[in-house]
Design a protein. Structure first.
Length: 576
């Protein structure tokens, strides 16, 4: 189900009742589209129009209800209770077929929701007179929810349906399936299965080849057995046949219970989970991954991502786990597609736009799949909403560099530098310099990049910090004077605040001790006195510069680094 951001703005109400109120509620949602409460109020109020909507309600009110519910459930598709409400309204307005369409959409968005499948099956039991069609729905639902530890409401409803029809053969099949799954109530279904083993026709109990094998073994060992004793012996062997699988399910259920008992909220809500419950999900997923069962692990991730749908970390973890199912460097198209769908669901529906990481991972997967245009589109979509996101801008530059040339990335960064504040631009200059240094192997080009930007971005702390760090990394090859020059320029020419200059000088102090030469102790003591001593607040910048570095031309050299986005290699201390 595709959510179109801003789509609610296209919903208009032209009815007669509460027009002003409804339009105000619509505007509240438009203004706060990511907040649940305005949606909740709007949905509730629309349903109350004309005393509760039904097939004789006005067309305007019915159209509004449908559009509001469609928009709401595309934004919050995991609210299974609202799918049930929507289906109830459609049943009252449009009848059985309209309600079934809502249920089908609901289970498509919530395929592992035991509750929603139970509601759907109950609805079909109540409205459909063809038991074959009803049974097919139960079978379809069983394939989706059978691995849920809390699946017993579904199995009980399925059993109720077959009991009502007196289909004991089908009941036996349900008992066999439910008893051998890891679940909260598998013991009760196993007890019913054992009763069936003692009374139902043998052909219902096991597959034909298994039954033939058991019968042959017994006749070979006890050829003299009478028919009644033979039947009793066969049933005993069938009971033994199921016990190992039941024992495995029992052990699995006991292990899972240690985590299941700590799940306080097994449904979706916008309210935050406490840290203990989040940690329980982390531990539960780690436990299940260790078991090495792909189906059960994937299902547990799907369960987790109902409760934790708004948490980026679990989407990233699921995608990484899915991608890891590839065999070494041999990639499976299906696993790649599954990973892609995980990233798409997280990015397009659930994870806040303030958290770009999962979207950037999606872009890298698309790049890996040779779809650079899609990867670029993902970056652009993030920047449409958050144009100053440094991580995304630098990631886009990297994409352009990898799929084009280094110059493409530098040109893109230049465009972004001209469009942003000094702090953001300073970090982008640092990235330009990093590309020239590490990708083009052009140290002087990187230095020139900093030097050209220093005057127009003189108040950018990230730029000065990156430049200083860059020169520290080059000192072994070009000498320590470049580091001094940048430090002195920062004090004398930048528009940084005294506190910012002091912070950057701490980096230079550390450099003097770790990599300085014979005069480092003198420079250190003078600078430490000036920035940390009692007279630090009154000493002028020019005094500090002159005392620390007499006779060094502050214009002779620049450097590179990065505050947040560029990490340079560790400084190598060598005498030049």
């Amino acid at each position: 189900m595709l959510y179109v951001r801003g789509g609610i703005a296209a919903v208009h109400y032209t009815g007669d009742e509460a027009v002003e109120e409804i339009n105000q509620l619509l505007q509240n949602v438009i203004d706060n589209e990511d907040e649940f409460q305005p949606w909740e109020i709007l949905v509730g109020r629309v349903a109350e129009l004309e005393g509760g909507l039904h097939r004789n309600s006005s067309p305007d009110a019915i159209e509004l209800l449908r559009k509001v519910y469609d928009a709401f459930l595309s934004k919050f598709p995991l609210f299974f209770g609202y799918w049930k409400k929507y289906a109830d309204y459609e049943f009252a307005i449009g009848g059985t077929e309209a309600a079934e369409m809502v249920y089908e959409r609901g289970v498509a968005c919530n395929p592992t929701s035991v509750d929603l499948w139970v509601h759907f099956c109950q609805f079909r039991m109540n409205t459909c007179h063809d038991n074959v069609i009803v049974r097919e729905l139960f079978k379809r639902a069983a394939d989706f929810v059978c691995l849920d530890y809390q699946s017993h409401p579904f199995w009980d409803k399925y059993i109720e349906f077959e009991e009502r029809l007196g289909e004991t053969g089908n009941l036996t099949a349900i008992y066999k399936r439910a008893a051998l799954e890891v679940s909260w109530t598998h013991q009760s279904y196993y007890d019913k299965l054992r009763v069936a083993i003692g009374s139902r026709p043998l052909e219902e109990l096991v597959e034909q080849d298994v039954l033939a094998s058991i019968q042959s073994a017994i006749r070979l060992e006890h050829p003299e057995l009478a028919e009644l004793d033979f039947d009793r012996c066969v049933r005993h062997k069938i009971d033994e046949h199921f016990y190992p699988a039941f024992g495995a399910a029992q052990r699995g259920a006991a292990s899972c219970y240690e985590y299941e008992k700590n799940i306080k909220r097994a449904y979706f809500h916008v309210a935050k989970l406490d840290e203990a419950e989040l940690q329980n999900w982390r531990d539960y997923l780690s436990f299940q991954e260790r078991q090495g069962d792909y189906r059960r692990t994937a299902f547990l991730y799907e369960r987790c991502l109902v409760t934790c749908a708004l948490y980026e970390e679990f989407w990233l973890r699921y995608a990484r786990w899915m991608f890891s199912q590839n065999n070494g460097t041999t990639f499976s198209g299906q696993k790649d597609d599954n990973t892609r769908l995980i990233y798409m669901r997280a990015s397009c529906i659930f994870v806040s736009l303030d958290e770009p990481t999962v979207r950037l991972h999606w872009a890298r997967l698309e790049e890996k799949l040779k779809r650079p245009d899609i990867a670029e589109g993902i970056h652009e979509a993030i920047l449409d909403v958050n144009p100053g996101n440094i991580k995304t801008i630098i990631s886009m530059a990297g994409l352009k560099r990898r799929t084009g040339q280094n110059s493409d990335a530098i040109q893109y960064l230049e465009q972004q530098i001209n469009a942003h504040t000094a702090d953001i631009s300073g970090q982008l200059v640092a990235e330009q310099a990093r590309i020239r240094w590490q990708c083009d192997n052009d140290i002087q080009g990187a230095r020139d990049t900093f030097q050209r930007s220093a005057s127009r971005l003189s108040d950018s702390q990230p730029l000065w910090k990156s430049w200083l760090q860059f020169e520290m990394n080059q000192a072994a090859a070009t000498g320590r004077d470049q580091v001094k020059n940048v430090h002195n320029m920062m004090h004398a020419q930048s528009a940084l605040s005294p506190a910012q200059k002091k912070e950057l000088s701490q980096d230079y102090l550390a450099y003097l001790l770790e990599c300085g030469g014979i005069d480092a102790a003198r420079d250190y003591m003078l600078l430490d006195r000036d920035i940390n001593g009692s007279g630090a607040t009154t000493k002028t910048e020019d005094q500090t510069k002159v005392e620390v570095d007499e006779g060094v031309d502050s214009q002779s050299g620049p450097a590179n680094g990065h505050q947040e986005s560029v990490e340079y290699p560790s400084i190598k201390c060598q005498d030049p």
